[in-house]
Design a binder for this molecule. Sequence first.
Ligand SMILES: Cc1cc2nc3c(=O)[nH]c(=O)nc-3n(C[C@H](O)[C@H](O)[C@H](O)COP(=O)(O)OP(=O)(O)OC[C@H]3O[C@@H](n4cnc5c(N)ncnc54)[C@H](O)[C@@H]3O)c2cc1C
Ligand SMILES: NC(=O)c1ccc[n+]([C@@H]2O[C@H](COP(=O)([O-])OP(=O)(O)OC[C@H]3O[C@@H](n4cnc5c(N)ncnc54)[C@H](OP(=O)(O)O)[C@@H]3O)[C@@H](O)[C@H]2O)c1
Length: 448
Amino acid sequence: MVDEILGKHLVAVIGAGPAGLFASKILAMHGIHVVLLNRDIIPGGLAEYGIYYDKFKMKEGLHRQFQQILDNPLIDYYGNLTIGEKGDFSLSDLRALGFQALLVTVGAQGTKWLGLPGENLIGVYHAKDLVFHYNLLPPYSTMDFHIGRRVALIGAGNVMLDMAHWLIRDLQVDEVIAVVRRGPNEVKFSKEELKMVVQNLDLAKLESEMERTQPIADAVGQNVGEAKEYISSTLPKALEPISNTRFYFDFLASPTHILGDAQGYVMGLEVEDTTLICAEGEVQAKRLGTKRILDVDTVIFCIGDKVDETFGLPVRRNAFVKHPDPFYPVDGLSYEAYDPDLNRPIDRVFVAGWSREASSGLVGVARKDGENGANAVLEFLKTAPNLVDPNSILDEFRGKQKKLNKPIILKSDLKELAEVSAEEAAKSGLPAFKYATNDEMLAAMGLN
Ligand SMILES: Cc1cc2nc3c(=O)[nH]c(=O)nc-3n(C[C@H](O)[C@H](O)[C@H](O)COP(=O)(O)OP(=O)(O)OC[C@H]3O[C@@H](n4cnc5c(N)ncnc54)[C@H](O)[C@@H]3O)c2cc1C
Ligand SMILES: NC(=O)c1ccc[n+]([C@@H]2O[C@H](COP(=O)([O-])OP(=O)(O)OC[C@H]3O[C@@H](n4cnc5c(N)ncnc54)[C@H](OP(=O)(O)O)[C@@H]3O)[C@@H](O)[C@H]2O)c1
């Protein structure tokens, strides 16, 4: 029974992605009672709703690890509960209830737009929303997206390749152009992901892009031959193509304007040519003033994400602001939320994972960052008195949840959902099954 082994410290971890889950594990290992609060019904964050939908083995392994964490009786789970200024509880509400520390691990689930003219046209999307769509996260799962036949993807990271994968192998569009503001040596994607789509790559176009960019790369001491080798080394182990989609890179091009037709649909993307310069110790793109139009009908931004600015914490450079001179640094990093306008730490609030540094790395990186965040909280708790009556705080919290008049998901409900989903998968002979709406999930758990 949770109440019998209840620790004398109570911490709210907000967001049950990899950072929040692994942070909870560390806190509970140290006898802290953790209240894990999650916006989505299902825990896992981008591990559940970001990682490409057919990576069944990877997802299964992560599910197992997450389940083991949630099996710890010192961790309570409350899903379908949004925290934030416009949420079911604000940070101030949680502080007022008596939680001794709040660890914010809500990821970077805001949308990073560049503010270009035409971003509101039909056919302009942010990759995050499409990723949520094909991974069946409500409400994105049931939203309509207008994907045409010629698609420009902005960016050269792994999210760009996940998008290309979906467009080339699932939607089988005619053309996918990766528009990259820097050169071939600055691509950020991994070979593993490129293998999924490299057979669709127009190799003649790649060659001409390498020739075109070579003098510019030379000038900053780069060898495009290495970039070409990086890309072409994936060919021998590439997945067999299943579509005629033409995929190619357009390097040294920065988007400036999305053009629309009279009905509000995308009819082209204006890009500005760039060159490479060395500045502030890195190779940067410098705009040249010359512009050209790409003939596309869809534009998808794959340029990384930023945190939700409405959450209730100050934001700088796409992430929540950290104390520049932390009291409890871990690995030399600050996990303490900070108000830069008032020049003071935000009382009892810590940040970790993609909330601390947006779009930074794989699940393993988020895990480590969550663990670090938990260690910072543990150091802070050494200075906090034991709670006299943690149960009364939990009782009050549950009472307030009831007043929300909406179903709140507990660990027992998640088990039920996992069992029913496994039955559905077995019935249909699929490796996994997911409900596409909250209503279906609630019905499967007997909650509506
Ligand atoms: C498209 C894509 C594909 C990826 N593929 C891979 C891959 O193949 N392999 C790999 O290792 N890594 C992959 N990653 C990276 C990996 O998903 C991230 O490193 C990791 O999920 C970040 O963890 P996090 O816990 O910081 O944030 P998230 O995973 O974003 O989790 C945030 C959690 O907070 C919750 N939340 C959000 N707002 C609120 C709120 N207001 N109140 C309460 N809860 C809230 C969300 O419901 C979510 O559960 C991918 C990332 C993306 C974007
Ligand atoms: N399968 C996987 O393993 C997988 C899948 C998806 C994501 N992930 C991980 O998740 C993290 C985030 O991935 P990500 O692809 O979103 O980010 P990313 O790796 O940082 O790539 C973002 C891309 O967008 C470009 N970009 C950023 N701002 C831009 C702007 N204003 N104009 C034009 N281009 C711009 C960047 O170019 P510059 O380099 O010039 O800034 C870069 O090419 C990464 O760690 C990634 O490895 C992993």
